[in-house]
Design a protein around this ligand. Structure first.
Ligand code: MIC
Ligand code: SF4
Length: 651
């Protein structure tokens, strides 16, 4: 066990006697509303936003519905999740995004330019800035000392319109890194160790800040691997200080000018502190079907694999790719293994090409895919039936790869490449010596025709909407009384992938009525038909309901089907905000009551409107046989939104 909790170490001293840590410095310099008191609501100014094609079409439709003329933030609209263009639907989304970016004044990163988080790190991120992204891995930017937060597209649209972003002031957890990595151990093993110890809901309402003697040796892309997968902990964000490493990285990208130092004051502290001794860390691996199902690689060594995928926003940097290429040089991938490699950005791809790394990969038998999300989101590269795929991605939820009965393991690029050669899961420490890789101090830049900057004059720009871009569905304000059946009862840690599958359905992201046909499809194929037949009803969930991605379709499509409230033991942060934004009431219930209720039960919530209007915390829910008490964890603003039937109605 490399991670330990430190008692009474650097704990927060009283606010007026201490300095600030990095998270507090950034939050306080952006604070618009509220006080930095743990768990109370704050509103912060957003400097930059990021959207991607799978969530971006909605964000821009919301901007249009709000009547916004020109956005107020530095915003980049990325096309990276779905670039396969199997028919008109996907390219129509791309054209919509390109024309909407031009109209509203956002930068467009076209299909093929790379994965949003990797490109943002390389080309747009700035230490000390706030970045709101309609993608749960937006905290990747924390590797550069910026505050990145994932949210739904509607919240991003509001930020683009210049509104503050509201969140609960998180608990700030310090993670001290000390010692040195053993050979073949890397950043991915750090975050897998944290996931092993703290689990997928261990970060809810928390922000993780890294410090300690070992961080000087970590480059920005290594730090970004760690902050990226803070999303898998359910954390609000994760961050490293901005120091010499950031300066080197920004200079190598030709952006040294945006560097500024941001370090924690020496008399600052954290709400809780953990320590990881890197000397004790071993290569780790997450087993199917959850990123926190972590074991030592040596415990599963020998497991035969069919596929290895190296890439995704977690591990697709030049550093990771070059390491992989060096290992592959003059070697061959195992004949029974398909090796797919996706560099994270076109810039990285170009640098690898110049370094001869792509040649080494190709000669070893790797398939090189375009820099996109691809197999990570089930958009191509699916494993065979019952296939075993070892990936450097960040999520291994069941069916996410596109193959329902496939088994996905998550590990570092080092473990992945060595296993691709061996044909089975292999502890890389049993391999030859670690290849030496030298840092690239300066990336070569050619004109990037895949980045389109907004024109100053937007006269004559028309947003083009193909037939797949459907109108936004709306709902009325909250009625005084709710009733209906429990349409489905699900267990703990239900992901937004379970609620709203992505993969082959990504082209339907701009078409809510069509996409809604697939709600809960992998758990219960008849859900959407039943919901429509019953004219809506309730969803019953366990703990951490809605973990994972930021996709607001997991709220928007159930809303379209008439879902009125979700009763769950607890909710994941982004999904809860999305439910509220679309007028679906999140109601917390006890574990005992959860056990009492079953699918098909008829529920009545007689006084819903009055109870919310009076800001009461509890509500009586009647069932056929009994009564249970539901709880609201809502603030005044949430209540206003719910009474109006969603954020758009309120605006
Ligand atoms: C994911 O990794 O699940 C996604 C696809 O990037 C999502 C966003 C989406 O569903 O479009 C995320 O992480 O928020
Ligand atoms: Fe794309 Fe996967 Fe990263 Fe989501 S987790 S942004 S799908 S690469």
């Amino acid at each position: 066990m490399a991670l330990i909790k430190l008692q009474n170490h650097l704990k927060l001293k009283t606010p007026n006697t201490r300095g600030m840590n990095v998270s507090e410095k950034i939050i306080s310099s952006h604070l618009k509303e509220g006080k930095m008191v743990k768990n109370s609501e704050i509103g912060i100014k957003i400097d930059q936003t990021l959207t991607q094609d799978a969530t971006g079409t909605m964000a821009y439709l919301f901007l249009e519905a709000m009547g916004i003329k020109r956005i107020k933030t530095m915003s980049v609209s990325y096309i990276d999740h779905n670039t396969l263009q199997l028919d008109f639907m996907n390219p129509d989304d791309h054209i919509f995004l390109q024309t909407a970016a031009a109209k509203f004044g956002a930068i467009l990163s076209k299909a093929g330019n790379g994965i949003c988080h990797q490109v943002h790190l390389e080309s747009f991120g700035a230490p000390g800035a706030t970045l709101l992204g309609s993608d749960s891995h937006t905290p990747t930017i924390g590797g550069l000392g910026a505050l990145g937060i994932g949210a739904g597209g509607l919240d991003c649209a509001l930020a683009m319109a210049g509104k503050p972003y509201y969140l609960k002031m998180p608990e700030i957890v310090g993670i001290e890194l000390k010692g040195n990595f053993q050979k073949w151990v890397s950043a991915k093993d750090v975050i897998l160790e944290i996931l092993r110890a703290l689990t997928v809901n261990g970060g809810v309402e928390k922000m993780f800040e890294y410090f300690g003697e070992a961080i000087v040796n970590l480059s920005v892309p290594e730090r970004a691997t760690i902050t990226n997968m803070g999303a898998e902990l359910g954390a609000t964000s994760s961050i490293f200080p901005s120091d010499i490493s950031c300066h080197c990285f920004l200079s190598s990208m030709g952006r040294g000018k945006v560097y500024k130092e941001i370090k924690a004051d020496t008399n600052s502290g954290y709400d809780a502190v953990y320590q990881i001794n890197l000397d004790e860390l071993e290569p780790l691996i997450a087993l199917p079907h959850s990123p926190d199902n972590v074991k030592k690689v040596k415990q599963v060594q020998g497991q035969k694999i069919d596929q290895v995928v190296i890439g995704s926003c977690t591990n697709s940097s030049y550093r990771d790719m070059l390491t992989v290429a060096k290992v592959l040089k003059n070697r061959k991938t195992h004949p029974d293994v398909e090796l797919i490699i996706l560099p994270g950005s076109r810039k990285t791809l170009q640098a690898l090409e110049r370094a001869g790394a792509i040649r080494d990969m190709i000669e070893a038998g790797a398939r090189i895919f375009e820099p996109t999300c691809g197999p990570c989101i089930g958009m191509g590269g699916a494993p065979c039936s019952k296939g075993v795929s070892l990936r450097t991605t960040n999520r291994n939820f069941k069916a996410r790869s596109g193959t329902k009965d496939a088994e996905i393991f998550l590990a570092s690029p080092e473990t992945a490449v060595v296993s691709a050669i061996a044909g089975k899961i292999t502890d890389p420490r049993e391999f030859d010596d670690v290849p030496k890789i030298s840092k690239l101090t300066r990336f070569h830049f050619s004109f990037n025709s895949l980045i389109i900057n907004p024109l100053k004059n937007k006269q004559g720009i028309k947003i083009i909407k193909g037939p797949n871009i459907a109108a936004l569905p709306r709902k009325g304000s909250l009625p005084s009384y709710l009733s209906g059946k429990v349409l489905i009862k699900v267990g703990d840690n239900i992901t937004t992938d379970d609620i709203m599958p992505a993969g082959k359905y990504l082209p339907l992201r701009s078409n809510v009525p069509k996409y809604a046909e697939h709600v809960f499809e992998s758990i219960d194929a008849l859900f959407s038909q039943r919901a429509l037949k019953e004219k809506g009803g309730f969803i019953l969930g366990g703990r951490n309901y809605g973990q994972g991605s930021s996709r607001e379709h997991a709220a928007l499509c159930p809303m379209y089907l008439g879902v009125k409230a979700v009763l769950a033991i607890s909710f994941a942060r982004i999904h809860k905000a999305n439910l509220i934004n679309f007028g679906i009431i999140p109601i917390e219930i006890s574990e005992q009551d959860y056990k009492k209720l079953k699918q098909e039960d008829f529920l009545e919530i007689p006084a819903i409107k009055k109870t919310l209007e009076k800001e009461q915390k509890e509500i009586i829910i009647k069932t056929d046989k009994t009564k249970i008490t539901g709880n609201f964890e809502l603030n005044k603003r949430d209540i206003k939104i719910l009474l109006a039937g969603g954020s758009l109605n309120l605006i």
